[in-house]
Design a protein around this ligand. Structure first.
Ligand code: HPA
Length: 307
């Protein structure tokens, strides 16, 4: 496949808060990802005067946090041009723009997954929209199975790194340099400073915080016990079916990433019991208060860090 040459400069796009990122490179088609994401961003800006620089993706059963935003505007995904629609239970499908304390944020109540049949590019479209909105930091949350023995049900774990076992990458195909480089670095995909701040804030709140490596699988079936033994052997501490494409796309555009998993169940074969989605949602619901407390503590720190 022929790809355009890698740019000689660093990420050439310039985005200032409140402005839709202006193309600085020549190649564009009216229905390219960059243009479509720009249209979606424009629509979102037409609905609210807030111009957030921090976005959250609230995973399975965790969307409730957005209900607490002050001065909130709720935009159903169906209304946002080109936005994918979530079909998974526990994913409400609204973008909520509002404030946490004094800080404007954009919160996605639910995401779409590869297992729903969406392509990797569709899965990361909201992240592309965030890039066009001038978002500088994204907090990605998810429900995950705990592989590491200490990661028992209800634990909140800061993601330190990931292993992509989804066999796809959202950046496959021609690279649009207005989003980022052809070959972008993933050495520090999960921002070290954000991780330290989150562990620190969690400990201050009395939440025993841990860090771990997230293995992203395609799903939708849960793993077999043999697969979990394999994942442990290759260095995974958590397993889930999301997040990885979004992190890749966010880093492509220079958006800093914090990932937090809620361990909703012990991974397959660890306990002598089958897995089910009800348990995932029930656990997410049970730790929601703690999760929200952590996010409220971390958001002002992130706002400072990206100022
Ligand atoms: N495996 C994969 N995805 C998950 C799990 C799991 O055990 N729990 C929540 N999401």
């Amino acid at each position: 496949m022929s790809a355009r040459k890698s740019p000689k400069t660093k990420n050439p796009k310039t985005v200032s808060p409140g402005k839709i990122a202006v193309p600085t490179s020549t190649s564009s088609s009216p229905d390219g990802e960059f243009e479509l994401a720009g249209k979606a961003a424009e629509f979102i800006f037409s609905q609210t005067s807030l111009r957030p620089r921090i976005a959250l993706v609230l995973g399975s059963g965790l969307g409730g946090f957005a209900v607490e935003f002050a001065a909130a505007t709720k935009i159903p995904y169906v209304k946002i041009p080109h936005f994918p629609q979530s079909t998974a239970i526990g994913h409400a499908g609204n973008l909520v723009i509002g404030k946490v304390g004094a800080i404007p944020v954009a919160g996605m109540q639910g995401r779409v997954h590869l297992y729903e049949g969406y392509s990797a590019k569709e899965v990361v479209f909201p992240i592309r929209v965030f890039a066009r909105m001038g978002i500088k930091a994204v907090i990605l949350t998810n429900a995950a199975g705990g592989i590491k023995r200490e990661f028992v049900q209800g634990r909140l774990v800061v993601i330190s790194d990931h292993i992509n076992l989804q066999a796809v990458n959202p950046l496959i195909g021609p690279n649009d340099e207005r989003f980022g480089l052809r070959f972008h670095d993933m050495t520090s995909a999960y921002d070290r400073r954000f991780r330290e701040m989150t562990v620190g804030e969690g400990n201050r709140l009395g939440i025993g915080m841990y860090e771990g490596v997230y293995a992203g699988l395609l799903g939708p079936s849960y793993e077999t016990p043999a697969e979990i033994r394999y994942l442990r052997a290759i260095g995974a501490d958590l397993v889930g079916m999301s997040t990885v494409p979004e992190v890749i796309a966010a880093r492509h555009s220079g958006i800093r990433v914090l990932g937090i998993s809620c361990v909703t169940n012990a991974a397959a074969g660890i306990l002598d019991q089958p897995l089910n989605h009800r348990e995932v949602l029930e656990t997410a619901e049970r730790v929601k208060g703690q999760f929200i407390g952590l996010l409220k503590a971390v958001i002002p720190r992130i706002a400072e860090a990206i100022a």
